[in-house]
Design a protein around this ligand. Structure first.
Ligand SMILES: Nc1ncnc2c1ncn2[C@@H]1O[C@H](COP(=O)(O)OP(=O)(O)OP(=O)(O)O)[C@@H](O)[C@H]1O
Ligand SMILES: [Mg+2]
Length: 233
């Protein structure tokens, strides 16, 4: 579904992503794991059209590299950004409305219903300002907002960041459930243990380069990964 080849991202003289190549097959959860500054967010931003990049990015056979972000979004790629970035001064409903920017008015109601079914907490608070939600609830809202455009590829940038273990488990359960209903997912995480548990395939990103790739289950048992990313001695 998504084919990234020889992707480079530069910020001035900083070479943040160094010619990486990876694939996200339809129906799968693929994860990119890596430490702070490895280039994970830069990779997702490049795919979403939010930063300039070099190389080749193909989505459903179309070359999308260099296209404008809203066009890429319209083609079916949705990004839940790191740090969630919900609109704190807008209500939950208004936040969802923003996510459905490409939808006609008549299409919105069933999409709200779907979002509320998936995240009942958001229904109770529909008219409350998003800034009053807890971190975990804001992550749910960011996820619900990303789903409003009915993407075929959902990209998640560190959804577990700053959340308590119980909430992290809830977020990952929802991602797994969405995938079981057919959603293709590209998941970026520092929380390698959780990410490898739900992913089918994984890539390890270090200093902007992919140093390891394998079935997620195999990487969970890989000694190097266990030492560097799973906190084992
Ligand atoms: N806007 C920017 N301007 C300059 N340098 C940047 C910019 N954004 C990121 N970088 C640099 O690019 C490199 C990769 O950053 P990136 O945010 O992609 O890493 P990351 O893997 O997402 O890290 P984290 O886990 O901390 O979110 C880092 O060295 C970072 O300092
Ligand atoms: Mg990041």
């Amino acid at each position: 579904m998504l084919k990234v080849k020889d992707l480079d991202v530069y910020y001035g003289v900083i070479h943040a992503v160094k010619g990486i190549s990876f694939n996200v097959p339809e129906g799968k959860i693929v994860t990119l794991i890596g430490a702070n500054g490895a280039g994970k967010s830069s990779t997702l931003k490049a795919i979403a059209g939010l930063v300039k990049s070099k190389g080749n990015i193909k989505f459903l056979g179309h070359d999308i590299r260099g296209k404008q972000a809203h066009k890429i979004s319209n083609m079916g790629i949705s990004l839940v950004p790191e740090g969630r970035h919900v609109f704190v001064n807008l209500t939950i409903l208004e936040n969802l409305r923003m996510g459905g920017f490409n939808k006609k008015h008549s299409e919105l109601e069933p999409l709200y219903e779907k979002a509320f079914e998936l995240f009942p907490i958001l229904k109770e608070r529909a008219n409350q300002k998003a800034g009053t939600l807890s971190g975990g609830e804001q992550q749910m809202l960011a996820l619900a907002r990303a789903l409003m455009s009915e993407p075929s590829l959902l990209m998640l940038d560190e959804p577990s960041l700053g959340l308590a273990p119980k909430i992290v488990a809830e977020v990952f359960d929802i991602v797994k459930m969405l995938n079981s209903k057919g959603m293709t997912v590209l998941l970026v995480e520092q929380n390698a243990a959780q990410a490898l548990k739900i992913a089918h395939y994984a890539y390890v990103l270090e200093n902007g380069a992919i140093t390891l790739e394998d079935e997620a289950k195999a990487l969970l048992n890989n000694e190097q990964v266990r030492k560097s990313y799973l906190g084992e001695m």
